[in-house]
Design a protein around this ligand. Structure first.
Ligand SMILES: [Mn+2]
Length: 271
């Protein structure tokens, strides 16, 4: 079974279409989240990926969750959001239900796929279990009540004894927003720069020396200032399509990279 893994699309549907045309055919497409928002064609991108049906797997990103929160009246739209066309679409309800029933982590071909990151004590197997706890809430009938408790930066450090909304928020923040951790595993949500300009005491989550998930590769997006990272144990495919760089796909397990250059839609700034 061959996979084609695709980085953050963020509404750049023309580039997605081009990328799917140039990449070698694959049995399954795997999207790393943030299909929508900030880019010019969020509705078209969402419809395209949903239209792939069972051939595509998507793990959710922070912008996909923001779409659900905006649609539920829980979060205000940001001035740079490009979500209104989805909310106004005749198929909005079907699209939103499709989004909220996507996974937050996916394991296939001995790799783990998430949008942002893992906390140091989590193995890949544990991550899938924890992701499932949140997926049950998001796909369930009370998902709006869950969404209303989802936002916030605390607790910033994982503890197996966490329960209720604090537990689910900590899981969701790691999987969809994480970039940097401290040596004791505390998450930071302010730092967005590349690792070479990070302040002392903070390291990329994948560089934590005791990371329990080191035994297998983790493939993720979310970090456009990190860009294309092709390490044996950590692969980042967010190459800043939105900011005028590229949309990236990678064949898995062959690890061959394919890119489509993107016009600058937004001035460079981390989303
Ligand atoms: Mn993201």
């Amino acid at each position: 079974l061959s996979l084609l893994v695709i980085g953050d699309v963020q509404g750049c549907d023309d580039q997605l279409q081009q990328l799917l045309a140039i990449a070698p055919p694959a049995d399954r497409l795997l999207f790393l989240g943030d299909l929508v928002n900030r880019g010019p064609q969020s509705l078209a991108a969402l419809r395209r990926v949903r239209g792939l049906g069972e051939q595509a797997v998507t793990v959710l990103g922070n912008h996909d969750l923001h779409l659900l929160a905006v649609a539920s009246g829980i979060r205000p739209q940001h001035p740079d959001d490009t979500l209104q066309e989805i909310l106004d679409a005749p198929d909005a309800e079907e699209l939103l239900d499709w989004v909220r029933t996507r996974p937050l982590a996916h394991c296939e071909q001995e790799a783990l796929f998430v949008h942002a990151g893992l906390l140091p004590t989590w193995t890949a197997t544990r991550t899938l279990e924890l992701a499932h706890e949140v997926e049950q809430q998001l796909s369930g009938p009370d998902y709006r009540a869950f969404l209303a408790t989802m936002y916030g930066n605390q607790p910033a450090r994982w503890d197996d004894s966490l329960s209720g909304p604090d537990r689910l928020r900590c899981i969701l923040n790691a999987l969809t927003r994480l970039r940097y951790v401290s040596p004791d595993g505390t998450m930071d949500f302010r730092l967005k720069q590349a690792p070479d300009s990070a302040p002392p005491g903070w390291m990329p989550w994948f560089d934590h020396p005791q990371r329990a998930s080191r035994s297998g590769p983790i493939v993720f997006g979310h970090w456009s200032t990190l860009g294309l990272l092709l390490r044996e144990d950590a692969i980042c495919l967010d190459t800043g399509c939105l900011w005028g760089a590229a949309l990236t796909a990678m064949n898995w397990p062959q690890r061959t990279v394919h890119q489509v250059a993107c016009p600058r839609y937004r001035k460079p700034r981390v989303s």
